[in-house]
Ligand binder design. Structure first.
Ligand code: PMP
Length: 449
């Protein structure tokens, strides 16, 4: 029978699949999803949910786009695979398209995941400095609370201790600075002073680490996975000029913020800065197939030209930029342009903020932060002390939302063991009714806590 079938799949799931970030115990039973359409997913039991996290911040154009499946199918039947030691049309076309989206001249190296895109960026940065005489530059500066990936280098750059301590030693030469979290700035400092102070800390770190030892600073335009920390433009401008002043490359991790999530094509375009390297994944294919990219400023690429021994990257990726993924990504970007989803993201984000603003009057809601159509709602026990709401209470909010058909996320100051920031990152293609549903459900749930 149908119920018997469901139970069998659940049992097999438990027996054969090792899940990410799920405890291994008798009670754990992940949702088995079967279908998606627009912003909604359906599980094996026929329950429907509005996925206000777009999976893991991925599905920018929404679920169930047949056009994307067709683009991949057609490419697979024509030419399924060739490595990018040589070339193929979808990769060339996509690299050109990404230049348009980046609004500047970049050369693109393709991989399969955000982590790999960041690893590639680190290797390019180190090799670039070797090439240009900066042999001592091998260190990377990143922020506490930021997530940059699961591989040893990207994890070393990650500033979340609880993800790291089981796997040490990680790569050498990764140092961390404080995130520009204005909500938790020291008493007596204005927001602007604090933002400048955080940028200054980066400069001091670059100097303290030793003369010309830092290769690059890596940061997201807004810290997403560590509690939705949105910097002031002044901070990003400062960081850009500090990097320039000290010959340090600026790597911007757009894995989550890219492709319209921030209300601009890329997050950094909100600040008018020009990164040396931009990494991207997730929204590049809206999650339909694996693909990531490391975009490198033309001038940096030029430093590799005619350098005998050094003129090529000693770095290859078997599946990176595989034709079907590139063809699908091109179609994905075409959909975003045709449906003006970047503009829609900005508009829906503004609406979400306006309509959720009144939640700030609730005793548990300490702060609401937003970067485009990506929101963080910080829950606290006490608005004066800002003591984070304990995990069990946050988990209840998430479960109450799910019981009403709304999936939201949580993250936060995970270094200290708190996950008190509710996160929203719905598909950019969400309908007005979808946003109504998110607002209504979230208010109902929070008002009854
Ligand atoms: N950078 C950021 C900002 C991310 O959020 C993630 C994934 N959540 C990554 C890198 C790593 O991407 P992936 O899981 O595709 O390796």
């Amino acid at each position: 029978s149908y119920d018997q079938n469901i139970k069998e799949i659940a049992d097999k799931d438990k027996r054969y699949l090792w899940h990410a970030m799920q405890p291994y115990n008798e009670q754990s039973q992940p949702m088995v999803v079967t279908e998606g359409k627009g912003s909604w997913i359906t599980d094996m039991n026929g329950n429907r949910y509005l996925d206000a996290m777009s999976g893991l911040w991925c599905v920018n154009v929404g679920y169930g786009r047949e056009e994307l499946a067709k683009a991949a199918y057609e490419q697979l039947t024509k030419m399924p695979y060739y490595p990018l030691t040589q070339s193929h049309l979808p990769a060339v076309q996509l690299a050109e398209k990404l230049n348009e989206w980046l609004e500047d001249e970049y050369v693109i190296f393709f991989s399969n995941s955000g982590s790999e895109a960041n690893e590639t960026a680190f290797k390019i940065a180190r090799q670039y400095h070797q090439q240009t005489g900066g042999h001592s530059r091998y260190k990377f500066v990143s922020r506490y609370r930021a997530y940059h990936g699961n591989s040893m280098g990207a994890l070393a750059a990650t500033g979340q201790a609880q993800r790291k301590y089981k796997y040490e030693p990680l790569g050498n030469g990764f140092v961390h600075v404080r995130p520009p979290d204005s909500y938790r700035r020291p008493a007596g400092m204005s927001t602007e002073q604090f933002q400048r102070f955080c940028a200054r800390e980066i400069e001091e770190t670059i100097l303290w680490e030793g003369k010309e030892s830092v290769a690059a600073v890596i940061m997201e335009p807004a810290i997403t996975g560590g509690g939705v920390i949105v910097p002031d433009p002044i901070y990003m401008k400062e960081v850009e000029s500090i990097c320039k002043r000290h010959g340090v490359l600026l790597i911007i991790d757009e894995v989550i913020c890219g492709f319209g999530r921030s209300g601009e094509k890329f997050g950094h375009l909100n600040f008018g800065i020009k990164p040396d390297i931009v990494t991207m994944a997730k929204g590049l294919t809206s999650g339909y197939l694996p693909l990531s990219a490391t975009a490198v400023r033309k001038e940096i690429y030029e430093a590799f030209k005619d350098q005998a021994d050094y003129s090529y990257l000693r770095h290859v990726n078997t599946f990176g930029g595989t034709p079907a993924s590139c063809a699908l990504a091109l179609k994905n970007l075409e959909i975003m342009e045709r449906e003006q989803l970047v503009e829609r993201s900005r508009m829906l984000g503004e609406r979400l903020q306006t309509e959720l603003q009144e939640l700030l009057d609730h005793p548990l809601v300490g702060d609401i932060r937003r970067f485009g159509f990506l929101m963080g709602i910080e829950l606290v026990l006490d608005k004066e002390t800002k003591h984070p709401l304990p995990l069990a209470d946050v988990t209840k909010v998430i479960a109450d939302c799910k019981a009403r058909g709304l999936i939201i996320g949580k993250n936060g100051d995970t270094v200290a063991g708190y996950n008190n920031v509710l996160t929203l990152s719905p598909p950019l293609s969400s309908t007005d009714e979808d946003v109504d549903f998110i607002v209504r459900t979230l208010k109902e749930v929070i008002y009854q806590q």
